[in-house]
Design a protein around this ligand. Structure first.
Ligand SMILES: Nc1ncnc2c1ncn2[C@@H]1O[C@H](COP(=O)(O)OP(=O)(O)OP(=O)(O)O)[C@@H](O)[C@H]1O
Ligand SMILES: [Mg+2]
Length: 286
């Protein structure tokens, strides 16, 4: 198992003394070490970021335990294993990851984490170049200062910097937030490629149900710190659960409904992007 939550609760200190905010309540969850693309969704304040930060030890449980690649994290800080090894295997891409860029050139930035995890200069460079190639960052861009890039490019570089140390699992907290729709789609395509080609498990927080419906293979819905759904996306949006949890319905489902009604078709909901939808419709008339 990659990551396993056993009845995990998390309390934050409240505004007043002895007051606690229960952000997670008795969460049990299993995440495979490879090949998952999980979307973590739910209303604002439902506990998504808190849950994600438990997946590589950024936060420790207040109750229960989290096992990450065989290492167990418990509420007892001083009894816990070294976090560096866990963080090497589980990479975390923060909201606005471009704020973490700081080196003189993009290449140096990409080499920073591999060096920090113990690689020599030459090996770190090799890893950095591999990650750059994977994300189509060209050599001219690698020589630039990370601060002279567009918002979308900066975010790509920040993500490449995490891929450069080759974690097994990638945690992403709203990675497309604040990007224009085209950059958002480019970034999501990138994660999809990483998932498909390198078989990495991806856990992604998103409020964008169109992107979730298009890319995720499993959806976990949180409501007030509890998991209220864990399963496939088609069933989620066919049931009442999405509405009860204030999730918007993916647009493609409205399109499918419309086409079924207007053209008297019987398209099912397991179509996840416009191109596939068009092809299915064309096939009806061929
Ligand atoms: N550092 C903190 N101190 C106190 N309370 C916190 C802290 N961080 C989060 N909380 C509270 O814990 C609950 C869960 O917050 P969390 O940030 O995990 O939600 P979220 O689902 O990620 O929300 P969003 O969609 O807005 O990012 C909320 O009630 C929030 O106010
Ligand atoms: Mg959050």
């Amino acid at each position: 198992m990659g990551i396993s939550f056993k009845e995990v609760s998390h309390l934050y200190p409240g505004a007043r003394k002895k007051e606690w905010i229960c952000a997670l309540e008795e969460i049990s969850l299993e995440i495979a070490p490879t090949d998952e693309f999980i979307a973590l969704v739910g209303q604002t304040g439902s506990g998504k970021s808190t849950l994600l930060q438990h997946m590589n030890g950024l936060l420790l449980p207040s109750k229960g335990c989290v096992e990450i690649f065989g290492k167990t994290l418990t509420p007892k800080k001083n009894k816990n294993p070294k976090l560096k090894e866990i963080r090497k295997r589980v990479g975390f891409v923060f909201q606005f990851p471009e704020y973490q860029l700081f080196e003189e050139t993009v290449l140096k930035d990409l080499m920073f984490a591999p060096k920090n995890f113990g690689l020599k200069e030459a090996q770190a460079k090799e890893k950095a170049l591999e990650a750059a190639k994977l994300l189509n960052l060209d050599s001219e861009l690698l020589r630039k200062s990370p601060f002279n890039l567009s918002g979308g490019q900066m975010r790509k570089v920040a993500i490449a910097g995490i891929l450069a140390y080759d974690p097994d699992i990638l945690l992403l907290d709203e990675p497309t937030r604040g990007l224009d729709p085209q950059s958002a789609e480019e970034i999501m395509e990138m994660f999809y490629e990483i998932h498909r080609k390198l078989h990495k498990t991806i856990v992604l927080i998103s409020h964008d149900m169109d992107l979730v419906y298009r890319y995720a293979t499993r959806v976990v819905v949180l409501n007030q710190g509890k998991i209220v759904y864990d399963g496939d996306k088609v069933s989620l949006f066919q049931s009442d659960v999405y509405r009860k949890n204030h999730l918007t319905r993916p647009q493609i489902l409205d399109l499918i409904d419309y086409l079924n009604e207007r053209l008297n078709l019987s398209l099912s909901f397991d179509i996840f992007n416009e191109r596939d939808l068009l092809e299915k419709v064309v096939r009806y008339y061929e």
